[in-house]
Design a protein around this ligand. Structure first.
Ligand code: IMP
Length: 456
């Protein structure tokens, strides 16, 4: 049943959103660093806001993940799907940086550079940390094998080798970009890791061993020289930019609830997408950061396995998938749809110390009669307001919804808050009130210009 919104709370919160500092107001500061982080299970549309903020930035830094990400940016009707290279690449004034916390498949990196350059995007300013770990074909093979081995308990990974590459990093048998430039070290490290990996592949997974010579040929014979112009000490590069008073943006991939520590473990990725990951994955300290923008969809999606309290299995879910084109950018997998979950978002606000929230894909809800928002969970008659830290509770709880009236109007041409229908504004006000964070930006369509700024 549709709930009426009271005048007080939500409206007050909406005004608070308008008080968010602009970049100009922050310009007096010495080290303006902004983090953009996904607040749900990924695919929130972070890339388009990174792209939007890029106008004011000198540098955009990826701090974790690898080519499991899929960031789509639409420029002048042309769509760019990026996996590894920071979205800021589309601006000539930006230095795009792949930080030490990222895992890099050089083959993918070179293919992405070639794709961008063939479409007129110059990649000369791209920089890659020598401390980033490399992804090898055996990581991808292991990713596929472990998923198969897990059977119905599989995680639904992107099979890009991300987990095994981070596992090697933690086990201290990973090979870093800088190792490519010391042939003796590279071959020695490869031999050590292959000794064990090939035994596992043969004895556990019944696979042929990985050929050491083939890897040496590809990585030292081709990739080493091809990526050499981009490799640098990115930690000092980022610090020099911050010290010069330039604006640096840290671009998260995946999202808060896919975080290795804070997500719905084990159905998570193997890195730390939360805002704290930006410090580790790029080499800055927490005091450098003065703004954290969370990006969340006006509803919810998830790819891969794992708990999802507000998941929709009915026609409404299919409608969200159809209208929102909810299929993986790279993997093409159908995303699981659901209603916006304010319990999760309140937790994301805490975990990331969000200063504001950008809501995307509001237009996808244009045709709905009513829209539900999960405001709490219920388990055994108990109302749960906070994100449970016990995984079994997340699996078993059911959502408590508030139902709001839809706006039944096309919002995709809105560029100012007053263009939005009253019910769309009420919906956003309600989300801000429920999540306890100002909402500063709204995405109303896929193009670069299709957004409404709520904070001036
Ligand atoms: P992995 O990162 O490939 O190891 O996959 C682990 C989990 O994270 C799986 O459920 C994936 O579907 C999910 N995942 C990884 N990258 C993304 C992304 O960019 N968007 C959404 N989900 C992702």
């Amino acid at each position: 049943m549709a709930q009426r919104l009271s005048e007080g709370g939500p409206v007050r919160r909406f005004r608070a959103a308008r008080a968010v500092q602009t970049t100009k107001e922050r310009e007096g500061r010495e080290m303006p660093a902004t983090i953009v982080v996904g607040t749900q299970w990924g695919d929130e549309g972070k890339g388009r806001f990174v792209d939007l903020f890029s106008k004011e930035m000198s540098m955009v830094v990826r701090y974790q993940g690898g080519h499991n990400a899929g960031h789509t940016i639409v420029v002048d009707g042309e769509s760019f799907a990026l996996q590894l290279i920071p979205s800021g690449i589309l601006y000539p004034h930006i230095t795009p940086v792949i930080g030490n916390g990222v895992v890099v498949d050089p083959k993918v990196m070179l293919a992405e550079i070639a794709m961008l350059e063939s479409r007129g995007v110059n990649c000369d300013k791209l920089r890659l940390s020598g401390n980033a770990h490399l992804i090898f074909p055996y990581h991808q093979l292991l990713d596929r094998m472990t998923e198969r081995w897990l059977g119905r308990n599989k995680l639904g990974t992107t099979k890009r080798g991300i987990g095994p590459a981070y596992a090697d990093k933690a086990a201290r048998v990973g090979i870093r970009v800088q190792d490519l430039y010391d042939e003796k070290i590279f071959v020695e490290k490869l031999r050590i890791v292959l000794r064990e990996t090939n035994a596992v592949l043969a004895k556990v997974y019944n696979q042929l061993p990985v050929d050491e010579d083939e890897i040496v040929e590809a990585y030292l014979g081709t990739y080493r020289d091809a990526i050499a112009p981009y490799v640098t000490d990115t930690v000092n590069l980022v610090h020099e930019s911050l010290e010069a008073g330039e604006h640096v943006l840290f671009e998260g991939a995946q999202a808060t609830f896919l975080d290795l520590d804070h997500g719905t473990y084990p159905y998570v990725t193997s890195s730390n997408p939360v805002a704290g990951g930006a410090t580790v994955g790029s080499g800055i300290g927490p005091r450098h950061v003065d703004r954290v923008v969370g990006v969340g969809k006006a509803y919810l999606t998830r790819v891969g396995s794992g708990p999802f309290p507000t998941e929709l299995f009915d026609d409404l879910g299919d409608r969200i998938v159809d209208i929102g084109h909810e299929y993986g950018v790279n993997t093409k997998r159908r995303r699981r749809p659901g209603w916006f979950d304010a319990v999760m978002m309140r937790h994301a606000v805490r975990l990331n110390s969000l200063s504001e929230l950008a809501i995307t894909k509001l237009d996808v809800l244009d045709s709905f009669d009513t829209i539900k928002v999960c405001v709490a969970y219920e388990l055994d008659g108990e109302r749960i307001e906070r994100m449970p830290d016990n995984q079994s509770v997340i699996h078993k709880c059911t959502p408590i919804y508030e139902e709001l009236p839809g706006w039944k109007t096309d919002v995709s041409a809105s560029t100012e808050p007053h263009h939005l229908p009253a019910n769309a504004r009420s919906y956003i006000e309600f989300l801000a009130e429920q999540c306890g964070v100002p909402i500063s930006l709204l995405g109303v369509g896929p193009s670069r210009d299709q957004y409404v700024q709520l904070a001036s």
